[in-house]
Design a protein around this ligand. Structure first.
Ligand code: SF4
Length: 72
């Protein structure tokens, strides 16, 4: 799985960091950046995206299909 942070949506809540501290960190604008995309297993990556209050974390499968947030 691949993850991507929509900077415009990120409010710096750091919930993602609480779930996957090896994957994300906050930059000097208090936005999450990905420091290590392989810092957690797929389930933890998904959980970190679900923990984000603004759904700023987009999860894609290996084929580039969006897994989370679910497309309506
Ligand atoms: S949980 Fe969402 S809003 Fe909070 S820091 Fe992570 S990406 Fe940003």
């Amino acid at each position: 799985m691949k993850i991507h942070v929509e900077r415009d949506l990120c409010i710096g809540a750091a919930s993602c960091i609480a779930v996957a501290p090896d994957v994300y960190e906050l930059d000097d604008e208090n936005k999450a950046i990905i420091k290590n995309p392989k810092g957690a297993d797929d389930q933890t990556l998904l959980d970190s995206a679900k923990a984000c209050p603004t759904q700023a974390i987009i999860v894609l499968d290996d084929n580039g299909n969006q897994v989370y947030p679910e497309k309506k």
